[in-house]
Design a binder for this molecule. Structure first.
Ligand SMILES: O=c1ccn([C@@H]2O[C@H](COP(=O)(O)O)[C@@H](O)[C@H]2O)c(=O)[nH]1
Length: 253
């Protein structure tokens, strides 16, 4: 990580630890954070965190989306707290007691409440009994998470401005569902471009396949990072404390 690294968490969704380490070292000079998800963590466990952290001391975001009874989530959060991830996700729909259990079990990690998965559209929400626009559920789950002690939230960039107005400036807003103009959206439904995400007030943009699926992931990360820096300068004049300025692995901690 360098002083000019952009507020991007690259989703390193690889099958093999060697590929993960290669991608991580290619993108690390340009971004603040590497995101490890279920695919890698379930296969390799803590070893993969050291593999992607490397010498760059880039921030690690453990996207394990915990969802269980409070005691089990507390135990799981305690199990990974020693890895010192900057962020650890829990599904906000697990409820206040579950979120609070994670917060108390991993005091040095920013617990991020996942509101509504960015792959879900209104039809998908209806299937699971959530009627109405995604943003209504996102709003409710964001407020619930913060009241239970979460210091970060995961939502789509389409809801970032609304969530910001609900939870104030101190909560880190993390947005997957980011696609550069013209990129394949894949299984993502609620998407926006990197510029739109920054303009909506996101603090950390999660971007996976548009970077890792590129012929040169390092160059793709550098190009999106430059786009974000320009958008940040336009929106905020790079004000101190803005997402673009706060490029460390744990912006706002
Ligand atoms: O609502 C959510 C929560 C997490 N994710 C994760 O982010 C990345 C997105 O990867 P792309 O390749 O840029 O689509 C992936 O690891 C998801 O598990 C999410 O997409 N939406």
């Amino acid at each position: 990580m360098t002083a000019s690294s952009a507020p991007i968490a690259v989703a390193i969704d690889a099958q093999e630890i060697g590929t993960a380490a290669t991608w991580a070292s290619a993108v690390a000079p340009h971004v603040s954070t590497i995101k490890v998800g279920l695919e890698l963590y379930l296969r390799y466990g803590p070893e993969v965190v050291s593999a992607v952290r490397g010498a760059d001391r880039v921030g690690v975001f453990l996207d394990l989306k915990l969802h269980d009874i409070p005691a089990t989530v507390a135990g799981a959060a305690r199990s990974v707290a020693g890895l010192k991830p900057s962020y650890l996700t829990v599904h906000a729909s697990g409820g206040s007691d579950m979120i609070r259990a994670a917060v108390e079990a991993a005091p040095d990690t920013r617990i991020a409440g996942v509101t509504v998965l960015t792959s879900m559209d209104e039809a998908g929400l209806e299937q699971v009994g959530l009627l109405g626009p995604a943003r209504d559920a996102v709003r409710r789950l964001a407020v619930l998470s913060v009241e239970a002690g979460a210091r970060a939230l995961v939502c789509s960039p389409q809801e970032a401005a609304m969530v910001r107005s609900e939870v104030g400036p101190d909560i880190t807003l993390i947005t997957p569902g980011v696609r550069p103009a013209g990129a394949d959206r894949g299984d993502q439904s609620r998407v926006a471009t990197p510029e739109e995400a920054i303009e909506a007030g996101a603090d950390l943009l999660v971007i996976g396949r548009p970077i890792t699926g590129a012929p040169d992931p390092g160059a793709a990360a550098a190009s999106i990072a430059a786009t974000i820096q320009r958008a940040g300068v336009r929106v905020q004049g790079s004000a101190p404390g803005s997402a673009v300025e706060s490029s460390g692995p744990v912006a706002g901690l």
